[in-house]
Design a protein around this ligand. Structure first.
Ligand code: GLC
Length: 442
């Protein structure tokens, strides 16, 4: 009897496991783990605005051009140089672990061939094909996690209340049936995206125009998780997302959040602009990336392909430079924990998951003696990453009767400096212990 039961259990166990995995959302920590480990993602704004003459969607909303002129740009969206595999390879080469692409921006134009509207690249532009599916496929082939940006706002839809900054089609309380019609369409598109692409991440935008109640945000979250309980949802769903997304803003003190992601442009525009040629340098972007991960965040860095599908040369170059740097220092970036609290080191830091290795990102082009404060664990060895070169260190000012640890000075020779940013790995025999006091002062 016993053996019959255990063989029945052995037989059913795999099915039970599959059932459990598919039907119950995992705990937030398990669901977010790949995201927390990834640190770096690429954002892609691509749409009819990518001809380079107007901003994405906002151009007609803010009446810089008429809606008709803005929409006419679709007649020139050729995608003739679009090479999805090349895009995905460049993203992989950059060191990014996930990508988020604008499936639909506030202008309502869908990059995929949605069955719910005619406003698609496939049906109205000279590209005349679904440009989203091949890219998602290419990302999967490169092992990059798939993120889909979807604008809740749809300023072109006849049933959407807002049209431009000073004109509304209607007010929701005056025509709730019309709003319900819009929600059916919008929820339908979200469902379609889930069915077609089963994304790892859904990145909503534009939630500010309506309340959670009006969007039916809880229902949106449920419908996503019915398809895939592991899909992560960004924070722009009126309180129903998984993590916060500060935009172009840099926290100065560490946010009290477990997960957050800074999204940032490479120049000053989200979509391609011919005249926007002032770019952040690779050093500046690496400084921002390391600052974000030091404080427990991710960086989602935007690229702006052109309407013909080519990626501006400057952007490709920067991604390649960042990628080589990230590859050399991968251990200090991916799968790490946020670094030391402020005060121990004047620069960004991260810790290995077991906290026995501390990574120091040297600011500017620092070399010579760098200082660590309040470290209560003896150093096993310090090395310059990518060189395996052991570094001399010295403990200064340790007083035998005091609980305050001495200062540690590590000597970094100039000759071992990285051309972009030098990273020092400091190993300890035990998980690092910190002294957080004020040196006996009040
Ligand atoms: C904003 C803008 C939008 C851009 C996005 C990226 O919310 O409306 O144009 O796509 O931020 O985070």
């Amino acid at each position: 009897m016993k053996s019959l039961m255990s063989s029945a259990r052995d037989f059913f166990l795999p099915f039970l496991l599959i059932f459990t995995i598919n039907c119950y959302p995992q705990g937030i920590e398990e669901r977010m783990q790949w995201f927390a480990d990834a640190k770096f993602g690429i954002f892609i704004h691509w749409g009819i605005y990518s001809l380079g003459n107007t901003s994405e969607s906002w151009a007609f909303y803010n009446k810089q051009v008429s809606h008709a002129d803005y929409m006419a740009q679709i007649n020139h969206f050729s995608a003739e140089r679009f090479n999805p595999t090349q895009w995905a390879k460049l993203i992989k080469q950059s060191g990014a672990k996930y990508a988020v692409i604008t499936a639909k921006h506030h202008d309502g134009v869908a990059l995929w061939d949605t069955k719910l509207s005619n406003l698609t690249i496939a049906r109205q532009s000279p590209a005349s094909s679904d440009v989203l599916s091949p890219f998602i496929k290419a990302l999967r082939e490169q092992g990059i996690k798939v993120g889909i940006y979807y604008s809740l706002i749809d300023w072109s839809h006849p049933d959407y209340p807002v049209f431009t900054c000073d004109s509304n089609r209607y007010n929701i309380p005056d025509d709730t049936l019309r709003w319900q019609r819009f929600l059916k369409f919008s929820h339908g598109q979200i469902e379609e995206l889930m069915q077609l692409y089963n994304p790892d991440l859904i990145w909503f935008d534009g939630d500010w125009e309506h309340s959670a109640n009006e969007w039916q945000a809880e229902k949106i979250r449920t419908l996503i998780h019915q398809h895939n309980p592991n899909t992560i949802i960004n924070g722009r769903l009126q309180g129903y997302g998984d993590y916060d997304t500060p935009e172009q803003n840099f926290p100065v003190t560490r946010p009290n959040l477990k997960y957050w992601e800074l999204c940032m442009t490479m120049n000053s525009s989200w979509g391609y602009r011919i005249n926007d040629t002032i770019y952040k340098t690779p050093f500046e972007i690496v400084s921002i990336l390391t600052d974000a991960i030091s404080m427990g965040g991710n960086l989602l860095l935007d690229i702006t392909p052109k309407a013909d599908g080519s990626i501006p040369e400057e952007q490709g170059k920067t991604l390649n430079i960042m990628g080589s740097w990230a590859d050399k220092h991968h251990e200090a970036i991916y799968g790490t924990l946020p670094g030391l609290p402020m005060g121990h080191f004047y620069g960004a830091t991260t810790l290995s998951k077991d906290s026995t290795s501390l990574f120091l990102f040297l600011p500017a082009k620092t070399y010579g003696q760098i200082m660590l404060k309040g470290i209560n664990s003896p150093i096993k060895i310090a090395t310059v990453m990518g060189t395996n070169h052991g570094l001399h260190h010295k403990v200064v000012g340790k007083i035998s009767w005091s609980p305050v640890p001495g200062l540690i000075f590590i000597n970094v020779p100039m000759a071992l400096s990285d051309s972009l940013m030098t990273v020092i790995k400091v190993d300890f025999d035990e998980p690092i212990k910190l002294y957080r006091g004020k040196g006996g002062l009040n």
